[in-house]
Design a binder for this molecule. Sequence first.
Ligand code: MRU
Length: 352
Amino acid sequence: MLPTIARDADAVVMIDQRKLPAQEVYVRCRTASEVARAIRTMVIRGAPAIGVAAAMGLALGMRRSAATGTQKFAAEFQRTCELLASTRPTAVNLFWAIERMKRSFAAAVLAGDSVDEIKDRLDRESTAIHDEDVASCRAMGAFGAAVVPGDARILTHCNAGALATAGYGTALGVIRGAVEQGKRVEVFADETRPFLQGARLTAWELVRDGIHTTVITDNMAGALMAQGRVNFVVVGADRIAANGDTANKIGTYGVAVLAREHGIPFYVAAPLSTIDLQTPDGSRIPIEERSAREVTHVGGFRIAPAGASVWNPAFDVTPHRLIAGIITERGIVRQPYVESLKRAFDGQSAAS
Ligand code: MRU
């Protein structure tokens, strides 16, 4: 399996996703600040992977702390949480992972743990977050594979693969699951302007796995569907609101509209850590805007004239009515999402 992110004694190690597929370079982040910078600059990206990175960055940062008393240590922990939380606003997995680390910290303090014991506990919690994410992806893969057609021509957008998670992937996990179940699968990977996660990362992962992959530019999806060459769409998510509205990479909304027009089922694959029941609907999801340079330049080369204004939202929101189902590690959740998403958290079987 692809090594997206790992922890060793003195660093969080990640494959540099800005350099793929040209170079396979690993970045060693030795402090929480370096992890925060890696998240902000998209050395690592993808909602679940960002959450894992934040948890590991917190554990590493606190491991390096020189504080001897719990009070000073707790103040430092709080500052490190704030630093990591400030990196990217849309992927709720980031805040979910930090909250989970905070709960672990609080439980340690309540149990009267020493600073060294708290450090050990934070290490264990971040490892658990990593390992559970891989297990969730595998479960999503198995549930999702069941709804993939036997002779599948799947369109996906952005990268919701092993690189975007601790391993295996969400949307690509569903594709991998279908292949493992013996289905014939062909994938169309949207290029995904401006950061090109589809052309660079999804295609790289799938080609490595020997899955037939065709890269298209984002504006080709409509023509491809009109020719009857797509029979299933699956994408990941950065945040799913309580009513099922889903924020994902910019361009996802357009794909969902096209899929509806052509009668193609449009699925979202995401773990429960991406579902935010505190956010009632998509209009309340904060959408990150990134630098104009991502749009004006490709591979360091300027393609738009200086002086042109740029709008660069990193995500858009797909309304729940366009989503045939949300594939989670507990099963496939369907409309009406307000009830079914809540039930998924209650631990009841969500599968339908
Ligand atoms: O800006 P990115 O590359 O972090 O955006 C990633 C996506 O939009 C993914 O589809 C999403 O995070 C799901 S990853 C399993």
